[in-house]
Design a protein around this ligand. Sequence first.
Ligand code: ZN
Length: 423
Amino acid sequence: PGQDTQIYGFCDAITSTLLVAKGKVAPLKTVSLPRLELCGALLLAKLVATIQRQLSLQACNIFLWSDSEIVLAWLEKPPCTWKTYVSNRTSQIREYVPSGTWRHVASGDNPADLGTRGCKPQDLAANSLWWHGPKWLSCHSDSWPNSKARSASPPERRKIEAYHALEDEPDYLDRFSSYSRAIRVTAYMFRFLDNVRNKSKGQPSLTLPHLTHSECQAAKKRIIDLSQKRYFPSEKDALRAKTAINKKSSLLVLNPFLDKDGLLRVNGRLAHSTLSYNERHPIIIPTKSRFCQLYLKFMHELLLHAETRLMLQMVRQEFFIPKLKPLIKKCIFQCKACTLYKQKTRTQIMAALPPERCTFTLPFSTTGVDFAGPFQIKASVLRSNTYFKGYVAVFVCFATKAVHLELCSDLTTEAFRAAFARF
Ligand SMILES: [Zn+2]
């Protein structure tokens, strides 16, 4: 053993070397052929490592051959690229022979192939391939055949799934939890901007303690404009440029137009009706917009937790929101007050009726009595007559539910006895 010693290893689904040969029978369990070839390579690597250790050949060059291009492709990439079975075995091979050079050998030149194909011992004794390896092995390593073409996409690749979420640009209204607050904050922002402009022009600034109606309306229009720009940018651009809207646009059937504030409105068939301008040409609100969500919640509370039809009626007086009904239903469903109010109260199972209530008898055979009132009673039809308090004694037949009413002047025993006598 010296510096010039080289170890040559050939492997197949079973293994052999000139120095030592080792074979293993494939397991009964169905294992794919490339996996068996890989097991062969692992067996070879183990064997080479043992020889290296036993003969103290740590510094020698190691050349290893396999006729499986898939196994060679597996060995070229890092073990983590492959599934667990292949990954474990390729990393073991790298541990056993870290300095080994893996090359490809044609099946015909592979001495290890003799063992796989089955060869009688007497034939093996005379076989030069088995004892001396392929003919080119005795030449210089530069002249050894080596095909660089590896299996381009070997099996058992570990699937790597990468997900990335694209976050939408946040809506301006996302930061507000209520419609009225959004309007107020926006209106104050515009007042601040106006005041800054006025100051630069030397004009007096607005310092009212509360917002005016026109300020709130301007803020509302600005917010609607932002929502429309977010969801219908191409439609707005097309209308501003006075060109046709994209034929795939969902707004095409509404024949929209831009009003003087630059808001998208429906151009329906009610142009000549006597309805208000907002009802004839409602402003289009995108269904998915945050404005829509906040506005419906605001309207629901403003209308004292109104139900679907009233909400529909009120919203349509100003806005056109596609698929409005399901949105309103969702809004009501999410309202905590409505959910609590609609809860059913508990009821008790009633006891069986007494026999008097469910037996055929003559009317008023069994009678119940109760008093109703007080009522305002007029003693006569004269104009100057005063009212006095009176009561009604109600006699109810148990069997037929027939009712007899008697007037009583007060709740005393005498008055009742008089009424009972009349009954
Ligand atoms: Zn509600």
